[in-house]
Ligand binder design. Structure first.
Ligand code: 1VU
Length: 306
């Protein structure tokens, strides 16, 4: 009996250390000084292009709402909004009670990509590379949050806005909305990690068509190719799209925080790691939930899964 208790305690303390390690790993920045990346330097440069904001509201339900807020420019990302985004992601990384996240745009449109005024001002290759690394870092960390995330696409998601949708686990599209990787029309390819993520979501054939043709993806096409997870129709009961998205997401965020975080971690490992590493991570995450309170409670309640 005493041995059993000791064993369980040991398992739990090593599980805590492990969770910490996994958390630090999943926060891993993509770039460092080895890649010529100086967070402070690029931050300062981006702050020179102000306008709009990225706002975060954390609800008691464990679902947070991140709003891309620059409606005068169809929610285009100014430089200061890129900095805002990274700060909000840091806040979410430290939100221990969080379970879910909705990313949406203000005034019923998602995001029209980077602010073309800022883009024109930093159109030299060096600055372009720095902005690219900064946004890849922010969006990779967004996708790796231990929260289940969903992009609510109303209106248009263009260019970098389309890339942002791929940094969420799911995409919901309202009727009439469009996701379009317009980069080719701009003489560009995605640089915020959007191509790499798109290939993982829809496969390389479809990604090539979407990028090569700068195709407009409406909700029906989105659902058909697996880019969209559901179409939100205008609700007769007058629920806003945001409320509908919260209802949709709450199906997946029901339950104790450690279990939701563990679910996200094993899926993330399967998505990002080679199989043998993903299996090892799955084993380690399993060790953190096995014999933990939610597991013991479920065992004690003799629940039936009918
Ligand atoms: C990472 C790579 C990138 O993201 S490159 C950027 C890719 N995005 C674009 O090229 C979007 C360009 N904008 C557009 O195509 C149109 O403005 C869209 C979004 C379709 C909206 O058209 P429409 O409904 O007719 O409105 P509008 O053009 O009058 O726009 C309203 C005001 O918003 C502005 N706006 C829009 N998008 C941006 C942008 N990305 N950067 C800066 N400003 C933008 C428009 O200029 C317009 O401003 P204003 O009212 O003329 O002062």
């Amino acid at each position: 009996m005493v041995l059993c208790v000791l064993k369980r305690r040991l398992l739990r303390s090593s599980s805590c250390a492990l969770m910490g390690r996994l958390q630090r790993q999943s926060r891993g920045c993509v770039y460092s000084s080895i890649h010529g990346f100086s967070h402070e330097e690029i931050r300062e440069k981006l702050q020179a292009f102000p306008g709009g904001s990225v706002d975060l509201l954390k609800h008691d339900s464990g679902i947070a709402v991140l709003t891309i807020n620059n409606p005068a420019r169809m929610n285009a990302f100014s430089g200061s909004m890129m900095v805002d985004l990274k700060e909000r992601v840091s806040q979410l990384e430290n939100w221990s009670e969080g379970k879910g996240l909705i990313v949406h745009g203000a005034a019923e449109t998602f995001c029209s990509g980077s602010d073309l005024n800022a883009v024109r001002a930093i159109s030299n290759p060096q600055d372009g590379m720095k902005m690219c690394m900064f946004m890849q870092d922010a969006l990779t960390r967004l996708l790796r949050l231990p929260l289940i995330s969903v992009a609510l696409v109303e209106g248009r998601a263009l260019g970098g806005g389309a890339e942002l949708t791929t940094a969420c686990d799911f995409r919901l599209m309202t009727s009439g909305s469009v996701i379009q990787f317009v980069h080719k029309h701009m003489g560009l390819v995605p640089g915020w990690g959007g191509a790499a993520r798109l290939v993982r979501i829809v496969g390389s054939q479809k990604a090539l068509k979407l990028l090569g043709g700068a195709l407009k993806v409406d909700p029906e096409l989105g659902l058909d190719i697996g880019l969209a997870d559901e179409i939100l129709e205008a609700d007769q009961g007058a629920a806003t799209a945001l409320q509908q998205a919260e209802n949709w997401l709450s199906r997946y965020t029901k339950g104790p925080v450690p279990v939701i975080h563990a679910v996200k971690k094993v899926v993330l490992a399967g998505r990002e790691l080679p199989l043998s590493e993903a299996l090892r991570t799955e084993k380690e995450v399993f060790g953190t939930v096995w014999g933990a309170p939610a597991n013991l409670q479920a065992l004690a309640s003799k629940s039936k899964h009918k």
